[in-house]
Ligand binder design. Sequence first.
Ligand code: G16
Length: 544
Amino acid sequence: MAQFEKVSQYSVQHPKPTGLVLQYGTAGFRTHANQLDHIMFRMGLLAALRSKKTKSTIGVMVTASHNPEEDNGVKLIDPMGEMVTPAWEGHATRLANAEQESLVMTLKDIIEMEAVDLSQNASVFIGKDTRPSSETLSQAVLDGVSSLDSHAYDYGLLTTPQLHFMVCCKNTQFRYGTATVEGYYEKLSQAFIQLTKHAPNRTDDQKHLLVDGANGIGALKMREMEPFLQKELKISLHNDGSQGKLNFLCGADYVKVQQKPPEGIKMNAGERCCSFDGDADRIVYYFINSAGQFHLLDGDKIATLISTYLKELLTQAGLDLQVAVVQTAYANGSSTHYLVETMKLTVQCAKTGVKHLHHAAQEFDIGVYFEANGHGTILFSKAAEGRIQQLTVDPNINDEKKSAAVLLENLINLCNQTVGDAISDMLLIEAVLAIRGMTVQQWDAIYSDLPNRQLKVKVADRRVIETTDAERRAVRPAGLQDAIDELVKKYQKSRAFVRPSGTEDVVRVYAEADTKEAADTLAHEVSVAVYKFAGGVGEEPKPF
Ligand code: G16
């Protein structure tokens, strides 16, 4: 068939290194950029098939998000703007690992298994982050799409959430918004401006926010968006990519894991600051107090601020909608305790990876999901949106109820419901703080985090670790979990777990306890256990 001849011809220009095996990880394929050309070509092929199968536009984002600049990766976006469905992750892995000579056969297998009608039109939206390698890698995606005679629309530099948004807009015939970057800016900024009208007379200081753009795409897009915000937010942009390296000593992952401010940003005591990650789908906030101490407000604090406010508005509006919060094993014990015991909210624990949290959050009227690393958003069920919308036009309700319903409606418009989005989350947080007249210190004081520490351990093959119970316990290798249990018993209010990363070639270790010293020591001891039981390589981990 002529079509497959074209695939064969094009694929020669994107050869797979013999023997190289890569897995679709937490958020797609991710590794050093020089190993990814064939993967990109093949993900172009797969996106075209997925588009033909779903009769919808599919997204392909070239990014390695929080990883170092030398890495790259690819995220596939399904029709409603969500991460690609797990069955197709399996197809992606098979296609990625097929040796050159069996590529067409594997492609045909997938076509048959999924009953894809090749004569169907296909359309694929492509975006990329600012990594130097993203240019040629996105060209490889285009080649893959074209070799199946499908339409590729290359949008160039975008944040990951912008591409998710545009895919959703396209497939909902623009009901979700206009499928352009300007459409994204307009929708979000209009909602933000409407919300801030409920917080009149803010001073310039209150409108001021320091943003660390991680030297990435988020900084560029924030600059583009600023005029749309009509001075309702005054941003000082740092690490905007004009000098530093992507994610190096800056960005949301650095700030969260190191628990310190990024380089390249000068903070005064009490000033509100936030950091994006490399593709602007995560955000964390922070400030330093008058004694120079650093305070981090991570995804758990964001979920708490937002879910608390939503609950308050629902009560005001007289709506009996259920708000639930979805977290992962990394959620600080204090946050879960506060949400369950004080706020009386339903809290669920999902596996790491927004795809898992997104799925869990869809089960509720309103699902607030955030990973502690600042990746998350809020999902409103269609029924919940309908009831809120109905109240805004109900002539028989009082002003208080109507005002709460209007605020809820604007919050819905401000959320990027397709995926976690640093820009959308930032505007949401800024709006909530402004309306409630809350300082960042007051937000931080809602509850106190238990001291915690995250570490990474290098092992020969991280797949030897298998976990269960939303990654809170290791079932393999034998003996590891028992060792962790013994270590945890030595400390107060303590908890620890280990899991293989799905984005980096490491095992991640998390520990929390009643004091900083205890959390640090426990994390180190658990790292040593991983090193011993799971085949550590290099030097044994040193005390923190
Ligand atoms: C991705 C995922 C996140 C996940 C993070 C780390 O984030 O989208 O859900 O928390 O990787 O995953 P892991 O611990 O498996 O390496 P990003 O921002 O890097 O795309």
